[in-house]
Design a binder for this molecule. Sequence first.
Ligand SMILES: Nc1nc2c(ncn2[C@@H]2O[C@H](COP(=O)(O)OP(=O)(O)OP(=O)(O)O)[C@@H](O)[C@H]2O)c(=O)[nH]1
Ligand SMILES: [Mg+2]
Length: 419
Amino acid sequence: MEIADHIPDESYNREIPVSTQNVNGLAGDSRHKLVQRLDFVMRTETRTATLTEPLELAVVVPTLNESSNIVPLLEGIQNALEGVNWEVIFVDDDSTDGTAEFIRQISRAKSNVRVLHRIGRRGLSSACIEGMLATAAPFIVVMDADLQHDERLLPKMLAIAREQALDVVVGSRNVDGGSMGTFAAHRRWLSHAGRQLSQYVCRCSIQDPMSGFFLVRRAFLDAAVRRLSGVGFKILVDLLASAPRPVRLAELPYEFRCRVNGESKLDTTTLVEYLVLVGDKLSGGYLPIRFLFFGAVGSIGIAVHAAVVSILFASGHLQFFTSQASATLASMTSNFFLNNWLTYRDIRLKGKHILSGLLAFYLACSIGALSSVSIANWLYQKHIPWYASACFGIGISAVWNYAATSVFVWRRMRRRRQA
Ligand SMILES: Nc1nc2c(ncn2[C@@H]2O[C@H](COP(=O)(O)OP(=O)(O)OP(=O)(O)O)[C@@H](O)[C@H]2O)c(=O)[nH]1
Ligand SMILES: [Mg+2]
């Protein structure tokens, strides 16, 4: 049964239906409390930009399946920013729990709440960048939706940025008074390692570069935005490493809370993406990231091929031709799944698209293999040494496989998924 609460909105002189039907994991009493809190959010007057009182601060919140956190988050921001002219921009990557629609319903009554709904896209950093670009506010805060960041820090961040003319103010867990809360030991270690690594690319000294809670001055963002990589989770490191000049920065302590509702989106690719980000910054942005991943996966494919041939042929069970054909199929299959998991993680194929993607991948790679053999053979006949001919053939097939599969497997499938 749908729970629809008709919340009177005097400014519109009509009832705004807000459905909490899709709010994840909440039932009975909790849902009732949520409805009351939503009512508070909808009724509370917030200052909105006018000609005499311009917008002062935008809060950009990336969301992926965070429907149960939206109301408490808005409530917290609203309480913290009393007297400030603010807006909040949620950037949602097509959450399956109805987060975007839920926010849209709130937006109909509250003009300072907006949602940027991205379809066929993934990525926390790119979501933050697009959210920051969607506002005209002179100061922008990026914070998570999961209530782990202390919204009471918001007015202090704004005040210190103004008073000391700072570019960036970071909500920090690693300065006096701040804490990681109940963060697991391995996450603390990862955070520490990430901090050490960030020193090589950031244009300032910072204790908590892994923080996802920070304020940035619009003018500073504008100067750095074209150099941003937009890869992965660590948008603050990206921003600090993209600065055209040394950054004027302060850190304010806060205690990192634990997540109560919803699930963490961190996975093993987060670490890989961070390494890619640092590599990209160290190379001055010239690293062809996807191609390098594709190449690394291809090398693993060679190892898979060699292993399968040696097992099947050396064991004496199969002829060389059959062993070779089985190994080719095995390596193409493992390459497809590894590329889908890593190289194209932001546009990953799922569900029924996996099978059609795999078949398209087989086809594209078979054409690549045939061209590689023909070109290498032709060069060899022209008296080019065998190793140079072979390398050239491999190079040609790698470029072909990358170009063809990126267009015909991942991008084409993505377009179909959007249709
Ligand atoms: N738009 C968008 N938001 C994302 C994406 N991945 C994560 N988020 C949001 O980014 C914020 C941080 O994600 P979390 O999964 O909480 O990551 P974390 O805080 O580093 O990790 P935990 O401590 O385990 O919660 C949350 O508001 C997520 O909903 C994404 O791909 N796109
Ligand atoms: Mg979190």
